[in-house]
Design a protein around this ligand. Structure first.
Ligand SMILES: [Fe+2]
Length: 167
C-alpha cells in the first residue's frame, strides 16, 4: 500500500521499492534485537569488552532501522514495525540460544551482519535498475556501514578464537 505523494517516481516503482525496503527493515529490526540479546547474555573473560561492543553495534543498527523506515514513508509507504511482521519477514537465521561464550556470540552476530549485508547489496542493484537512485544510494551507504560492523566483529572474533588465515 502506498499513499499519494508528489515524488516523481511512478507508483509501480514506489510499490516495488517499498517492498524491498520493508524486507530490509524486517532484517534490521531482527538484527537490533539479536544485538541486545548478545549484549545481555555474553559471558567469559572478555565480558565487558563484548558487552560494550554489542551495544555499540546495536546503536548503529538502530540508526539503520530509522533510515530504512523513513525512506519507506518518504516514498508514500507504510513502515511496518510490528514484531509479528518481522518474525514472518526476516531473512536472518534465528539466534542460537546455546551461545554462551564470546566466540559463540561473535560468530552468531557475524553471521547475522553478513546476511544483512547480502540483502542490502542485492537491493542496491535492484533499486538502481528500477530508477530509484535515492534508495540505491541508501542501500549502498548501509551496506558499506554493515561491512565495517562485520569487520569490527570478525576482528574481535579473531582475538577470541585464535583466528584463521584465508587460503
Ligand atoms: Fe545495557
Amino acid at each position: 500500500m502506498t499513499y499519494t505523494t508528489r515524488i516523481d517516481l511512478p507508483p509501480m516503482v514506489r510499490q516495488q521499492i517499498v517492498k524491498l525496503l520493508q524486507q530490509r527493515l524486517n532484517d534490521a529490526i531482527d538484527l537490533e534485537a539479536q544485538l541486545k540479546h548478545a549484549h545481555w547474555n555474553v559471558k567469559g573473560p572478555q565480558f565487558f569488552q563484548l558487552h560494550q561492543l554489542f551495544d555499540a553495534l546495536h546503536d548503529d543498527i538502530e540508526g539503520a532501522v530509522d533510515l530504512i523506515a523513513e525512506r519507506i514513508t518518504a516514498l508514500g509507504g507504510m513502515a511496518d514495525g510490528r514484531l509479528s511482521s518481522v518474525v514472518k519477514g526476516t531473512s536472518l537465521a534465528s539466534y542460537p540460544l546455546g551461545a554462551r561464550g564470546g566466540a559463540a556470540h561473535l560468530d552468531a552476530i557475524a553471521s547475522a551482519l553478513s546476511r544483512f549485508g547480502v540483502g542490502m547489496r542485492q537491493d542496491t542493484e535492484v533499486a538502481s535498475h528500477l530508477g530509484d537512485t535515492g534508495t540505491s544510494d541508501l542501500f549502498t551507504q548501509l551496506s558499506r556501514e554493515t561491512d565495517k560492523l562485520l569487520w569490527l566483529t570478525e576482528a574481535t572474533l579473531d582475538e577470541a578464537d585464535g583466528g584463521e588465515v584465508d587460503a
